[in-house]
Write a protein that binds this ligand. Structure first.
Ligand code: HEC
Length: 135
């Protein structure tokens, strides 16, 4: 009987440790994501992105909220958009209008992705018409 209780307690203990581990790995993931977004914010300010992009209003390029309306923050979208920021967009190739995005060839893919994660961390604004495909 004692052995039974001992085993019961032991399994409860192991079970609860496992649960805690799950919760804390989720928290760790959230903290890591927040750290990447913060790194992206710092890089966004340091690079020239803020001259053409802002949270709410389209300056020269689309706003963060317009981007959020077009793109879910999936790994595939983030990698694609980071690449766009690195290679730039010629006016005649624009999908948001016909303005140019200067290339940023010095940016590492990883850093560009952090900036995009920051830009896509805002909610979409349903009241703002998207420029996409409306040349
Ligand atoms: C000189 C102005 C300018 C600067 C500087 C600039 N952008 Fe842009 N960006 C634009 C324009 C204009 C567009 C829209 C291009 C189009 O019509 O496809 C754009 C589009 C984008 C898009 C959306 C691309 C797509 O295919 O939908 C992303 C993401 C982006 N910029 C990120 C950045 C980042 C990150 C930086 C800084 C490293 C940056 N931009 C700097 C003007 C700029």
């Amino acid at each position: 009987m004692r052995l039974f209780f001992f085993l019961l307690l032991l399994s409860l203990f192991i079970f609860s440790c496992g649960r805690n581990k799950n919760v804390s790995s989720k928290e760790a993931k959230n903290t890591a994501q927040k750290a990447v977004i913060e790194k992206g914010r710092v890089l966004f300010e340091r690079e020239d992105c803020s001259g053409c992009h802002a949270e709410r209003d389209a300056i020269i390029g689309p706003s963060f909220r317009q981007l959020a309306g077009e793109y879910a923050a999936t790994d595939a979208n983030i990698s694609h958009l980071a690449n766009m920021a690195i290679i730039g967009v010629k006016p005649e190739q624009g999908i948001w209008g016909s303005r140019e995005m200067t290339p940023h060839p010095h940016l590492k893919q990883e850093d560009a992705e952090a900036i995009i994660r920051y830009m896509l961390s805002f909610p979409a604004d349903p009241k703002k018409p998207f420029l996409h495909n409306t040349k």
